[in-house]
Design a protein around this ligand. Sequence first.
Ligand code: B1M
Length: 210
Amino acid sequence: MLDTIYQSIVKGDAARVTEGVQQALEAGHNPGDILNEAMIAAMAEVGRRFEAQEYFVPEMLIAARAMKAGMAILKPHLLEANIEPVGKVVLGTVKGDLHDIGKNLVGMMLEGVGFEVIDLGVDVSPEQFVEAIREHYPRFMGMSALLTTTMPRMRATIEALSESGLRDQVAVMVGGAPVIQKFADEIGADLYAPDASAAANRARALLEVA
Ligand code: B1M
């Protein structure tokens, strides 16, 4: 069953992904296993095929749509019900970057541990982040980047926060496939997480020691 979901994402068959996720849930599969073993694994294979020039942007795009269709079914099962918000998070993919699957997963996991997530979407400029911090006063700001060319926007956004006098009011978390701890330290981020579940756990842990 998990293999059907995996294959259907790789082929970009959204209808079969939806059906497969539904059936896997009904059969009692753990939502985390469906996500990690079938869905995220399939996106990694899509990336491998793109690198090998077996896939091009259109194939990547339809695979991403199929992944999103499956995530829509899975989302309620990943979230715990009836959690009181523990704080706000402003989240977005940085300027110039349109990848949002990982960012959306991070958002879901943060909701799962009790945060209210204000999702600014993709292609978010430093100014838009600053504006959202002014408007919402969140405990955290999360930035996602999937391209090596857009990673520098994270530094630019942190600089914009400092220039606007808001840096001390918000903890900054960064992540995305090319981002590593060393980079997070270099740009002065407070938190780095390699995946969505670590992002949620680390944000929650920082809140508890604060
Ligand atoms: Co693009 N793409 N893409 N792409 N794409 C990558 C990222 C790439 C690695 C593919 C490759 O070459 N193997 C490559 C980047 C190379 C590089 O920079 N070194 C690439 C490229 C080159 C491009 C274009 C430039 C292609 C082109 O046009 N020639 C173009 C750029 C467009 C733009 O952004 N301006 C492009 C376009 C696209 C699509 C639009 C077609 C589509 C995105 C659709 C969408 O997101 N709505 C797409 C896709 C799907 C991918 C791959 C195949 C899959 C990304 C994904 O969703 N992964 C990707 C290859 C890959 O990653 N292996 C690729 C699954 C997701 C769950 O993982 O996003 O890593 P990820 O998120 C993880 C962690 O990183 C972490 O948690 C998540 C869940 O565990 N995380 C955080 C993410 N954000 C976090 C934030 C945090 C903490 C953790 O704190 C706030």
